[in-house]
Write a protein that binds this ligand. Structure first.
Ligand code: ATP
Length: 307
């Protein structure tokens, strides 16, 4: 890194003032709190800022003091051996762990400068802004069209009824426009445009996963969390999802858990490496993490010496 490179440490990240723009400050190096921590200069502003996050499941301390900033409109990959806490971390970003009765979460997670763990946060609204795509495609057993229209209808985001008529539009026009836009954005339109009323469960696994991404887009999220979205897919379907993720990052902030290091290297802008025990050991530009990791343990993991 050059001398002028912005220095970003966990300590600095923790000190980010929510009243200030969430950008790094050039030329400063705070004392490192973790010897293996990476200096990281990301481009753009932080969409999410995680500060000193601990997660416990009962007595099991699954995540330990994790701090990191997630830059907007980019792909952040989370990698590490099984059980190191990647999914736990991902689920903290839209409070999915709230559903686990044994889970206790300490620390702070901000979305656009707003604390998501404060009292009074509307979880439905939060999960609209921070959507999630799971490992196994899980479309509703409904038509392709209904899969997309369901969320906005539920949230009242479609101009239906009186409002649509005042705008001189029919409910069907509103819905069909949205369905087409989301399917196009998820690179699925050309494959399904002539069978929108077919049951979504009749699609291939890769198509179902792109439909789930289209469904996630239908409520206009800012952040898309993906938990191994291609692990159940064949190489061709995986390549389509990877291309799609690349396109999505032009507009959205994407955070993806993957077991596949080549995939992380191919698609992400920055990579966070978690190691056993729930520690975030290294976080940095993807090329740097894979080609020149600061941490010996991360190097051993990446070169396959363990994990
Ligand atoms: N719902 C839960 N209840 C209790 N313990 C859990 C729960 N979810 C995860 N854990 C524990 O937390 C730790 C981290 O699990 P997590 O699934 O986040 O890891 P991971 O890195 O995503 O693993 P994998 O790559 O195998 O999916 C593990 O010890 C796991 O057993």
């Amino acid at each position: 890194m050059s001398e002028n490179t912005t220095k970003q440490t966990q300590t600095e990240s923790a000190a980010t003032d929510s009243d200030q723009p969430l950008t790094t400050t050039a030329g400063e190096t705070a004392e490192r709190t973790q010897s293996e921590w990476t200096e990281y200069d990301f481009r753009g502003e932080a969409k999410m800022t995680v500060d000193d996050l601990d997660v416990y499941y009962g007595d099991d301390h699954a995540l330990k003091g994790v701090s990191m900033e997630i830059p907007e409109q980019s792909v952040t990959a989370l990698i590490g051996p099984s059980g190191c806490g990647k999914s736990t971390y991902l689920r903290c970003l839209n409070r999915m762990n709230d559903r686990v009765s044994s889970a206790r979460i300490d620390g702070s997670v901000e979305l656009g400068g707003q604390e998501i763990y404060q009292d009074g946060v509307n979880l439905v609204e939060l999960r609209k802004r921070v959507g999630m795509v799971f490992q196994s495609p899980n479309p509703f057993p409904k038509s392709i069209r209904e899969n997309i229209a369901y969320g906005p209808k539920k949230h009242g985001d479609l101009d239906t009824g009186l409002l649509a008529r005042l705008l001189n539009r029919s409910d069907a026009d509103e819905r069909d426009e949205l369905v087409e836009r989301c399917l196009r954005d998820a690179a699925l339109w050309d494959e399904v445009s002539d069978r929108l009323d077919d049951n979504a469960l009749g699609l291939s696994g890769g198509q179902q996963q792109r439909l789930c991404i289209a469904r996630c887009l239908s409520v206009d999220p800012e952040v898309i969390l993906m938990d191994e979205p291609a692990s159940a897919l064949d190489p061709i379907a995986t390549a389509k999802i990877e291309d799609l993720i690349d396109d999505l990052a032009e507009e959205y902030t994407v955070v993806i858990v993957t077991h596949n290091m080549q995939q992380a290297a191919r698609i992400s802008d920055q990579t966070a490496v978690f190691l056993t025990g729930g520690e975030l050991v290294e976080y940095g530009d993807t090329d740097q993490v894979f080609e020149n990791p600061h941490s010996e343990r991360v190097e051993d993991y990446i070169t396959g010496k363990f994990g």
